[in-house]
Design a protein around this ligand. Structure first.
Ligand SMILES: Cc1ncc(COP(=O)(O)O)c(C=O)c1O
Length: 294
């Protein structure tokens, strides 16, 4: 809903959106809801394709809208891609946006509490404070509650507060969610211990998976896809893991492309080394049984 509000409030039929092909479904739906006619989808993380799409967008933006104003161009990307764990090249995106006069929006659902100093997110990770126009976040990942939010310049946020239908026509967070969120933010502000532990756990499982011979794609974050290809294999793998007391869901079409199925693993700061070893040995056993690793 936050993505719907962020996009459809400021982008209309005659504006232009430029979007990474692997953006989250909620961004895709938000673009659809805006009814924008001119959509450019660039190849995943591909800056030269992005630039050529922005050039086309810029040409189109020379034709004024029916009210005489100039069409807006919005470049939108996930910060951390939710199915692959790879990172948007945000500095290059921001640089291109500035060069061509486009707006930028990043959905940092999986960067909050994970990337940057003390988990401040992808903008902090890249030192881009003040350079990204719209940041959308969720409270449902690192903050462990539920709800979404938009941050940006005060004028923009004031505009959203007056015009975003998803904000105007829905209820506020519940009191328990708000209290738990407050506490989660306090914990993150007081110490970076949990974020450090999360990265220790992340590096540990990534090394172990790689040494065992699993393909974990291009992940740079705790989201660690164990690539399996066929959907049946991914479903089977997940069922067998469950029988060994390991809960890791299969990610299949339409969440990812056909034949790019995987089991997605995300360690948390709460996992002990014992937990991780239990999980990894289950992956090893099943991987060998199913002939995925030697
Ligand atoms: C990139 C991204 N954006 C948005 C969402 C939606 O967040 P929520 O489940 O809190 O609505 C998710 C995850 O589900 C996500 O991975």
């Amino acid at each position: 809903m936050a993505n719907c509000a962020a996009i459809s409030t400021i982008i209309g039929k005659e504006d232009i959106v430029v979007s990474d092909e692997l953006n989250h479904a909620s961004i895709i739906d938000a673009i659809r809801l805006s009814q924008v006619k001119n959509k450019f989808i660039y190849k995943h993380l591909d800056i030269s394709d992005l630039e050529s799409k922005i050039k086309e967008a810029t040409k189109l933006s020379k034709t004024p809208k029916s009210d005489g104003s100039t069409p807006r161009i919005l470049i939108v990307t996930d910060g951390v891609f939710s199915m692959d764990g790879d990172l948007a090249p945000l500095p290059e995106i921001v640089w291109l946006a500035k060069e061509y006069g486009a707006l930028t929006m990043v959905d940092d659902a999986h960067g909050e509490g994970v990337l940057g100093e003390g988990g401040r997110g992808i903008v902090d990770h890249y030192g881009l404070h003040g350079h990204v126009d719209i940041e959308v976040g969720t409270l449902s990942k690192a903050f462990s509650v539920i709800g979404g939010f938009i941050t940006g310049r005060k004028t923009l946020i004031d505009y959203y507060k007056k015009n975003a239908r998803q904000y105007l026509f829905s209820n506020a967070l519940t009191i328990p969610d708000t209290a738990a969120l407050d506490e989660a933010v306090k914990i993150l502000e007081e110490s970076d211990e949990l974020v450090k532990k999360l990265w220790e756990n992340t590096n540990y499982i990534k090394d172990r998976f790689k040494n065992l011979g699993f393909n974990t794609g291009n992940s740079k974050t705790p989201i660690t896809p164990v690539m399996l290809g066929s959907e049946d294999v991914a479903r089977d793998f997940s069922t067998k893991l469950f029988e060994l007391n390991v809960f890791a869901t299969p990610i299949v079409y339409p969440m990812v492309a056909k034949d790019a199925a995987r089991v997605r693993v995300i360690p948390s700061a709460a996992h002990s080394r014992e937990d991780l070893n239990l999980g990894i040995s289950a992956f090893e056993k099943i991987g060998k049984e199913m002939g995925i690793i030697k």
